[in-house]
Design a protein around this ligand. Sequence first.
Ligand SMILES: O=C(O)CCC(=O)C(=O)O
Length: 250
Amino acid sequence: MLETNVSAYSKDGFLICREYVSPDTLNDLTKWVEKTLRLSPRYEDIEVYREDPLSELSNIRVVENFCDVNPDLYSFAQGLASFIAEFFGEPAVLFKDKINYKCAGGRGYEAHRDGHFWWQNSSGKRMPGWGAYAREFVSAALFLDDATRENGCLEVAKGMHILNSADIDCHPLSIEQVNAMKFTSLPVSAGDMIVFDARLPHRSGVNRTNQPRRALNFTYNQLSEGDHRQRYFKDKATSIAAQGRQKYYR
Ligand SMILES: O=C(O)CCC(=O)C(=O)O
């Protein structure tokens, strides 16, 4: 990868990789994602979050932890790790696998930094978001459909991934912080990928079209800080069991 891309990523907190996959690969990924959604009721480790967290009948919003039952998507994610390694400057390992299935009419996401929340471990101890596992995370959102302003493309606060003293620990963003930020919409085409620092504030709007806007999201940490994927999903399930599903754990 070009050095200029890595330095733009370091400065802005994100990088758009246009046409990251070929139309054939895009086709395969879309098929594998649809297969995962069909398979999900059969595997209790796959986490399915719905538009209405309290109704099993409402539309799927997010599906997580599917790589173990979908070897095709797992091997894609592992291949992507060597690309992501260039942003870390050292080997990367998969931390989290997620499908954002923004269905027609699907809700958006309020401004947030990924991994910035508190959760409870099995002993009831309050834990600091993703900081409990590693220091840095890079996420790749690979779009299976065009993402437009109308269907709720990603919006980012450019350059705001560099934390200052107001960004205490892993507290979620305050309303004052969000109001002081300028968000830029990032419309992209199917097959494009947005790589971003987990600390980059981002949000997205409602899908106001009659088609889903699907994206595959893979998050990585530096391999030198350990492989935490299994433990992360296990902890998350424990924390949800204790605190309920209404709260969304990114
Ligand atoms: O896919 C989107 O619209 C945004 C998703 C997001 O912000 C997240 O999953 O943290």
